[in-house]
Ligand binder design. Sequence first.
Ligand code: NAD
Length: 501
Amino acid sequence: MTTTGIQFETVPHWIDGAPADSAAAEQVEIVDPATGHAVRTVGLGGADLVDKAVASARNAAESWASTPTPARATILLAFRSLLLEHSEEIASIITAEQGKTLADARGEVARSVEAVEVAASAVQQLKGEYAEQVANGVDTYSFRQPLGVCAGITPFNFPVMVPVSMFAAAIACGNSFVLKPSERVPSASVRMAQLLAEAGLPAGVFNVVHGGVDAVNALIDHPDVAAVSFVGSTPVAREIYRRSAEAGKKVQALGGANNHLVVMPDADLDAAADALVSAAFGAAGQRCMAVPVAVVVGDVADQVVAKTAQRAEAFTTGPGNAEGSDMGPLISEAALERVRSALDTAGSQGGTVVVDGRAIDSRGEGHFVGPSLVDHVQVDSDLYQDEIFGPVLSVVRVDDLDEALRVVNASPYGNGASIFTSSGAASRHFAHHVQAGSVGVNVPIPVPISWFGFGGWGDSRFGDDGLNYDAYRFYTRSKVVTQRWTEPSRGVTPNFVAAGS
Ligand code: NAD
């Protein structure tokens, strides 16, 4: 094993500022989704390993919390420079284990750099408030302090951006952190741990424990873990929220999605079709902000379907690191089967398969499926109801904007929703009434912007707000100080007017 790049045969954990051997634990194969072949293994940690990581984080927490906020920011800015310097290497780690195209992986690294920049401005966000003379001679001020040890549990689809959006903010606020990344894409987290160490982060402030359910439960139940951040699927998010709340932890649990893009009859239909293919098929549909549902209003539906189908057919599916690939493979054989079986049943439940991604069949040699477009999808069909998390775009036809809003708002999820229109009034009506945490107007995906908060509504988020800009509140707690200073010579509240006269 080397400790740079991803030349690991067995991906190590990272505890107390150094790699920790994972060879003895239960091993899981890391599969290159573009070939279907195992490329390395990772050992799944359990409660013992979680104990070690949390102990290291706890030891580091006190001195890190009292390190001046600008000094913490300086280390994060050094980490930012290293992320930029190694961005090609990190993008290729993402592509090798997750499968997305290199262009997409580079975009993920760029968003992560932004998240670090925002985190490094923590001094600005952590400023408190001061009220003078709330009673006679009494002033009150507030400030925020770190929580201690925070834990992050992250999904496979953003091996860098989601972890960074948690740990950069947590660390900037003075917490130490234990990350449990997805066991399907473990290498990027260890590479970031190396870069954080190189940037000067003290040992123990950032730790990585690989694992599955056992490691997650051990983290949540650990008495020294103060807060739990989770991003992943809705059933797991719901359970993480329940378990963490029961243990008295601060918790934010972001779940799955089924995002809609409404196309109004007055929209630029070419722009809408461009947006639909990139939002539905980009990253093979494996984004929490992907758009698997187009809600087309009025009599432009045939045109929208035709324009989108034409673009879908021109999409190139191939290995993420191959020149010209628009879309890479799915993460696993199971994900591939989920997409194929959703398409198998779509026709029998009222849908018309216009573009059929099953024409690409790579089973046994990678997890590829082409983009699919299904028209006339019924909202009670499995294709509409389930989070497919693959490159399948469903078209639901409606008569007007209010009907479109009823469809969107009936979804249990509320991560994001977009509208394409040339009407400011329609756009404002949509933005005001739609039940979603992120809203796009004439953009394919309302991507998270680090300078704003991020988190869905409904079954897309349980517990606290607080990724990106909102994370400062999540990773700190407030203290309010009310003080009265009396003048020693008089033992009473000074009256400066009288004293000066
Ligand atoms: P997942 O829920 O299967 O796994 C997420 C994490 O939870 C992983 O680290 C995994 O090891 C762990 N885990 C899995 N099952 C668990 C269990 N029963 N108990 C405890 N921990 C468990 O999600 P995934 O397949 O890795 O990621 C895809 C999902 O994440 C999709 O549903 C997608 O919509 C969602 N997602 C949401 C957002 C968002 O911002 N809302 C962002 C990215 C991904």
